[in-house]
Design a binder for this molecule. Structure first.
Ligand SMILES: NC(=O)c1ccc[n+]([C@@H]2O[C@H](COP(=O)([O-])OP(=O)(O)OC[C@H]3O[C@@H](n4cnc5c(N)ncnc54)[C@H](OP(=O)(O)O)[C@@H]3O)[C@@H](O)[C@H]2O)c1
Length: 206
């Protein structure tokens, strides 16, 4: 599969390595342009190409958005995302910490910004070092990576990708309620846990 990544920082670069090692073709971008990513692409053991943000969106069957929330207005034109599976890894942090979005949730706001995208919220709750180091063979020890979204088929594709890179996809539900569970401050945010522990925590929250 072709995967385009927006953001080449902690999460974007880590996910790029994992996706490429799993056999996918990966194009990664940042805000400064592909030339600034030469050390990232040459140091990677797997093949990853550096592109512009717009090229990353055109390239990907799946797009991972891993840029700061406050930079979301700099995303490429919404039309380019139409019918693409878009993973939103962003958490709503401003300069003074988590931003209070009231009744809305951050990934719903992204879905309003990119109305044609098949949005799945994922990769939000796990610290990048855990993502980088805790991949495990299939089994009960695998750590949970949460997904939420309103497009079931898109969610299934993202779940498959998560399993391929050595984590267990755990569905928290639709974008509104399930997405809220993955936001900063939630009891499942930034806690490394197995599928069993994740299931217990989620049922405690019901
Ligand atoms: N760090 C974590 O452990 C973690 C875990 C889960 C979720 N998250 C979320 O994931 C997102 C990224 O976090 P991070 O820690 O990876 O951030 P980071 O290390 O600061 O990296 C951000 C990246 O986004 C790039 N960027 C900014 N605007 C862009 C645009 N319009 N198009 C393409 N790239 C753009 C930056 O490029 P330049 O450097 O060229 O500006 C940089 O490569 C945040 O929303 C964060 O809340 C982080």
């Amino acid at each position: 599969m072709n995967i385009g990544i927006l953001g080449a920082g902690h999460i974007g670069a880590t996910a790029a390595g994992l996706f490429a090692q799993a056999g996918h073709s990966v194009a990664i971008s940042n805000s400064q342009g592909p030339a600034s990513l030469s050390s990232l692409v040459t140091s990677s053991e797997a093949h990853i190409k550096a592109v512009t943000a717009e090229e990353a969106v055109r390239f990907g069957d799946i797009i991972l958005i891993a840029i700061p929330w406050v930079k979301r207005d700099t995303l490429p034109d919404a039309q380019l995302f139409e019918n693409k599976i878009v993973i939103d890894a962003m958490n709503a942090y401003g300069p003074n910490g988590p931003v209070d979005l009231g009744e809305s949730t951050s990934s719903e706001m992204v879905s309003w910004q990119l109305p044609g995208a098949r949005l799945v919220k994922a990769f939000n709750t796990m610290y990048f070092e855990t993502l980088r180091t805790a991949s495990r063979p299939a089994g009960p020890d695998r750590l949970a990576l949460f997904i939420a979204g309103d497009d079931t088929e898109a969610k299934d594709e993202v779940a498959r990708l998560i399993e391929e890179i050595g984590f267990a996809a755990v569905d928290t539900g639709f974008l509104h309620d399930g997405g809220r569970l993955q936001q900063p401050g939630s009891p499942i945010f930034n806690v490394a846990m197995t599928i069993e522990e994740a299931g217990k925590r989620l049922s405690d929250l019901k």
